[in-house]
Structures are given as structure tokens and as C-alpha cells.
Design a protein around this ligand. Structure first.
Ligand SMILES: NC(=O)c1ccc[n+]([C@@H]2O[C@H](COP(=O)([O-])OP(=O)(O)OC[C@H]3O[C@@H](n4cnc5c(N)ncnc54)[C@H](OP(=O)(O)O)[C@@H]3O)[C@@H](O)[C@H]2O)c1
Length: 214
């Protein structure tokens, strides 16, 4: 089971849909059961029957083998602190990019620990924290047959967990998982999202990244 804490937002729903299309069982989590069920229903029509459920965040974290964290950075710390027991020993995939939006400009927020992903590891020392998917547009993910022409840079100190998440990224049509090294490197990937969003405003497009030369 792949779970999404904060899965009712576009990023969680989009990734949940893509993994369901790849044959996985997924669970969309929320702070509110009704919102979770509604979000699951909103994408279920595009996915194999029975592959997407909606539940509360704590049940989602407890019942999933791989748990995505897809809340806004403002709720990141408190959400992880509240789910420490449920996330113990699990692969936790942090997709959070800490960003501030002001007067048409997007900027990266400075995080004391270095990045959202490093903050996650500081809060969850017994989880297998992986950072990935911060650069992929949720809007594109939500269009089921659209190829995501993008690399997904995957950073973690846990090599086995990183390999599993790279393989998961590869299941998304058009996407390629790329080994981004240690979790310390997640800060560059998170911050780069700010640049992509500023480029999006200039070109009225959904820009993304591809690493060449590997
Ligand atoms: N949108 C994108 O294109 C995109 C792309 C790459 C990465 N990301 C990252 O993915 C994460 C989710 O993005 P999103 O656009 O899906 O976000 P979002 O819609 O703003 O939030 C996702 C969900 O998080 C829950 N939430 C909101 N505030 C919260 C709080 N203070 N504490 C706990 N839960 C809270 C809400 O669910 P409930 O109310 O149902 O609990 C909400 O539906 C963000 O950190 C973002 O940086 C987004």
C-alpha cells in the first residue's frame, strides 16, 4: 500500500492516481474523513476499480508500506510529529518544497535543518526518509494519459529505500528516477522548484527538469 498524508491536495491526488494506474494500491489521507473519501472518488474513475481508498492521515500512515508526505511546508513539522509512531520504520517520501509566494515572485524558505526532507529525518530518526517528486507539476499528474517528460531526482541516506522510490518514479509514464545522492542534496531539489515556478509564470507553462550526460 502506498499512502499519501495530505493526499487531498493536487500533488497527493496526482501521484496517487499515477501509482494506481501503475497497478499499486493507494490510500489518500486527510485530516477529515469526508475530504479523504471525496478526493479518492475524484480520481478513482480514471484508475483500476478498487485501487484508491480515502482515510484519515493516521490510518493512512499506519496501513501503508510507503508513505508520501504531501502537506504544505507550514504543516510539515506538526504533521510529522503527530505521526511519529505510525511512520516508525517506514519509507517516508517527502515531496514538500518549502516555498513563499509574494507579489508574483516565488522564493525558497530557509529551513533550519537544511531542507524539508532533512527536517523530516530530524523528526523521524527511525523512518527511512527519501526526498523526491518536488519538481513535478500536480496539474500534469492529474491528466491521466499525459506523459510526464521529467526526471525525478531522488535523495536519501538509505540506499535500498532510494532504489525503491527510483523504481516507483519510473512507473510514471515519461518520468525517469535519477539517483540524487544523499538526503543532504534534497535542499537543491527543493529550492530549484522556486526557480521552475518563476519560469512557469514567465512562459505560462509547466517547466520541469531533465539531467543530461548520465
Ligand atoms: N502542487 C504542485 O504542483 C506540487 C508539485 C511538487 C511538489 N509539491 C509539494 O507537495 C506538497 C503538497 O502540494 P499541494 O499543492 O497538493 O498542497 P495543498 O493542496 O496546499 O495541501 C495538500 C493537503 O494538505 C493538507 N493540509 C493543508 N494545510 C495543512 C496543515 N497546516 N497541516 C496539515 N495538513 C494540511 C490539506 O488536506 P486536508 O485538509 O484534507 O487534511 C490539503 O489538501 C507541498 O508541500 C508542495 O510543496 C506540490
Amino acid at each position: 500500500m502506498i499512502g499519501f498524508v495530505g493526499g487531498t491536495g493536487p500533488e497527493g491526488r496526482g501521484l496517487a492516481l499515477r501509482f494506481a494506474l501503475a497497478g499499486e494500491q493507494v490510500m489518500i489521507g486527510s485530516r477529515d474523513l469526508g475530504r479523504a473519501e471525496e478526493a479518492a472518488q475524484s480520481v478513482a474513475e480514471f484508475a483500476p476499480p478498487g485501487s484508491i481508498q480515502g482515510h484519515l492521515n493516521d490510518r493512512t500512515a499506519a496501513e501503508s508500506d510507503i508513505v508520501f508526505i504531501a502537506v504544505p511546508f507550514g504543516g510539515h513539522q506538526a504533521t510529522l510529529e503527530s505521526l511519529r509512531d505510525e511512520l516508525d520504520g517506514k519509507i517516508v517520501v517527502d515531496v514538500v518544497a518549502p516555498l513563499a509566494f509574494s507579489r508574483g515572485q516565488v522564493s525558497a524558505i530557509l529551513v533550519d535543518e537544511g531542507s524539508a526532507a532533512q527536517q523530516a529525518l530530524a523528526i523521524l530518526p527511525d523512518s527511512r526518509v527519501v526526498a523526491a517528486f518536488q519538481n513535478i507539476s500536480a496539474e500534469d499528474l492529474l491528466i491521466p494519459d499525459r506523459a510526464i517528460e521529467s526526471d525525478v531526482i531522488v535523495c536519501s541516506d538509505d540506499d535500498e529505500a532510494k532504489t525503491q522510490v527510483i523504481a516507483l518514479a519510473d512507473t510514471i509514464k515519461g518520468a525517469r528516477g535519477v539517483d540524487g545522492g544523499k538526503l543532504e542534496n534534497a535542499r537543491y531539489v527543493e529550492d530549484f522548484t522556486a526557480l521552475l515556478l518563476n519560469i512557469n509564470r514567465i512562459y505560462k507553462a509547466h517547466s520541469t527538469i531533465k539531467i543530461v550526460g548520465i
